[in-house]
Design a protein around this ligand. Structure first.
Ligand SMILES: [Zn+2]
Length: 340
């Protein structure tokens, strides 16, 4: 067993290596490219990167953020994702010490980081990311149950807590979606958000998961208008844009009954075998996987996934304290027992 100080440093270094791979995921998953082949290459000159170009953080700093072969600037996002992943892993090492919880939570957070950046840029979260995060939550719980760990148990002798929490969290988001469709015939909550909520529910205790959604809503309400303002400053919407957006909005009116019924598959986890089946049928290296091909983000659209990801990471560290405080304050404690 390592002394605590060295363990954090190891976790940080491990995080930067994982972060380097997350950069590959963030670039390739929305483009439908393989994560393994071909190896990393410069997006401008296509030059294959060698081991010396792939040292996390250091390669970027030594080359001052430029490609060694063509000299063109590389996005700061690459450095940022490596640093961020390293810092979060170090915090997780502090929170969980060394053990299975550290491994499960760090891989879960890695998926959240990928979801954050892809959703912020492309307005969707790939199924691979959501299903991986879900697998971490359910897998950790079932392993804990098999090993008779005190914090993992079956409800009524058959139902893992993680599955129940996942269904509750997905149901909340499906409810918002159905309500939005009923009221506005518009997408109030994306399907990617429903799947992300389910994964967060599988990993976090119910109180922390709900706290994370609450934080996401607050962040969205506070930061959403700011982000829109900055976006409009950068590229003011033209009259044409407004007309086009109106046309797009009228185009994507969602049929209420069909959408409500389809939403139920996420509560029953039916989408997972369907996705796997589609993956086998689909030839590799085919077109990018966008969940709704006819859906286009409008100028006033802000993805909710990034807020959910930040909320979930925050909830890992302070979710339990916030939940306890809230339950004491609201005297709702008797409603929530179980997994903690
Ligand atoms: Zn280059």
């Amino acid at each position: 067993m390592l002394p605590a100080g060295e363990w954090w440093v190891c976790a940080f270094a491990f995080g930067t290596v994982i972060g380097s791979f997350l950069n590959v995921c963030i670039w390739r998953l929305p483009r439908g490219e393989s994560l393994i082949y071909p190896g990393s290459h410069c997006p401008y000159c296509d030059h294959q990167l060698g081991p010396a170009d792939l040292v996390p953080l250091l390669s970027f700093l030594i080359r001052r953020g430029r490609c060694r072969y063509c000299g063109r600037p590389i996005s700061w996002r690459y450095f940022g994702v490596e640093l961020l992943t390293g810092l979060i892993f170090a915090l997780l090492a502090y929170r969980f010490q060394f053990g299975l919880d550290f491994v499960a939570y760090s891989l879960f957070t890695a998926a959240l980081i990928v979801a954050f950046f892809i959703d912020a840029e492309s307005f969707f979260i790939p199924d691979e990311v959501n299903h991986f995060a879900l697998l971490m939550g359910v897998g950790r719980d079932i392993y804990g149950i098999a090993q008779n760990e005190t914090s993992h148990s079956l409800i009524d002798g058959w139902l893992p807590h993680s599955i129940l929490t996942a269904v509750i969290c997905a149901a909340i988001f499906v409810g918002i979606r159905i309500l939005g469709t009923a009221l506005f015939r518009k997408e109030a909550m994306g399907l990617g958000d429903v799947k992300l909520a389910r994964a967060i529910g599988a990993m976090l205790p119910i109180g922390a998961a709900l706290t994370s959604f609450f934080m996401a809503v607050i962040m969205g309400a506070v930061l959403g208008p700011v982000i829109l303002l900055v976006k409009q400053r950068r590229s003011p919407p033209s009259n044409e844009d407004a007309i086009q957006e109106k046309a797009v909005e009228e185009d994507i009116k969602i049929p209420f009954l069909r959408d409500s019924l389809e939403s139920l598959q996420y509560l029953l986890f039916l989408d997972i075998p369907i996705t796997i089946w589609m993956r086998f049928k689909r030839r590799p290296e085919s077109e990018p996987l966008v969940e709704d091909e006819d859906w286009q983000p409008g100028a006033t659209h802000i993805p909710f996934g990034p807020f959910m990801a930040v909320g979930a990471v925050a909830a890992i560290f302070i979710g339990n304290q916030l939940t306890d405080w809230y339950l004491r304050w609201s005297h709702l404690g008797m409603l929530f027992g179980g997994k903690s």
